[in-house]
Design a protein around this ligand. Structure first.
Ligand SMILES: C[S@@+](CC[C@H](N)C(=O)[O-])C[C@H]1O[C@@H](n2cnc3c(N)ncnc32)[C@H](O)[C@@H]1O
Length: 247
């Protein structure tokens, strides 16, 4: 019998029988169940991925490091996916304050770019449930295309904004322009997807074009260590951007 580790994310408790014994899983509980139980209750049970599969690339450590140094009270993330970085950012903030504010923007539905990450997409409900376990944090999740949702944002300005959403040059430009608008004085924008190598597949994606077009009023630093994309051996960096007059 194939078994699978699951988490109960909503609704009534689930009872099932295994080897003649009855088991129950309550909302919020985890269990190792036969695959059929998972398949019959997919709206209420989600697969728990192994820690190994959840492990993020090394460059994502820059996010926690900058939050630790800057200690922002309000953080925005553009591109939440499965909330791996969201959880790391919120935990980092909870280590120095009680009620940090996190706002995450995403399509929260399958898209070519999200599928491209090969890690799968999860629903807004699932992400909301997962982040609700980080007690004390105020979480707001905004669903939709950031070309429309960012201009309509009506929340507080953020001390730190992590841009890791759509990869097209136009969406990246949109996300930067609006992040600049929603960034507090003294704040930092961190952008993922800087591809320094000149190879054809990187030509129309990533933030390099935007970074090279920044006005002198913006300072930036291409952060090392970077990661290497196994597919073609090219590099991928994160870039830290801040207002030059902030020193
Ligand atoms: C690389 S993933 C984000 C990973 C996440 N920051 C993390 O560290 O775990 C990119 C995300 O951007 C979202 N996305 C792509 N284009 C978008 C758009 N135009 N508007 C909003 N979200 C978008 C995708 O749905 C996907 O979840």
């Amino acid at each position: 019998m194939e078994l699978i580790k699951v988490e109960h994310i909503g609704g009534r408790k689930i009872s099932y029988k295994m080897n003649g014994e009855t088991f129950k899983i309550k909302k919020g509980g985890t269990a190792i169940v036969p695959i059929d139980v998972y398949n019959d209750n997919r709206s209420r049970l989600v697969k728990i991925r192994s820690e190994k599969k959840n492990k993020q690339s090394a460059r994502y450590n820059h996010v926690e490091r900058i939050i630790g140094e800057l200690k922002p009270k309000i953080v925005i993330e553009i591109g939440v996916l499965r909330a791996l970085t969201a959880k790391r950012m919120i935990r980092a903030m909870l280590s120095y304050m009680d009620h940090p504010i996190y706002t995450g923007f995403d399509l929260f539905e399958p898209s070519p770019e999200a599928e491209g990450s090969k890690k799968g997409v999860e629903s807004l409900r699932m992400i909301r449930w997962r982040l609700s376990k980080l007690h004390g944090a105020q979480i707001r999740l905004i669903k939709g295309d950031t070309n429309y949702t960012l201009p309509a944002y009506n929340g507080p300005k953020a001390g730190f904004i992590f841009i890791d959403g759509g990869h097209s040059l136009s969406t990246i430009r949109n996300d930067f322009v609006w992040s600049a608008r929603w960034l507090k004085e003294g704040g930092i924008i961190l952008m993922d997807d800087y591809y320094p190598d000149k190879i054809p597949s990187n030509q129309f994606i990533g933030c390099k074009t935007l970074v090279e077009s920044l006005k002198p009023s913006w300072a930036h630093e291409i952060l090392e260590p970077a990661d290497v994309i196994p597919r073609d051996g090219s590099k991928i960096n994160m870039v830290k951007i801040w207002r030059a007059d902030n020193g």
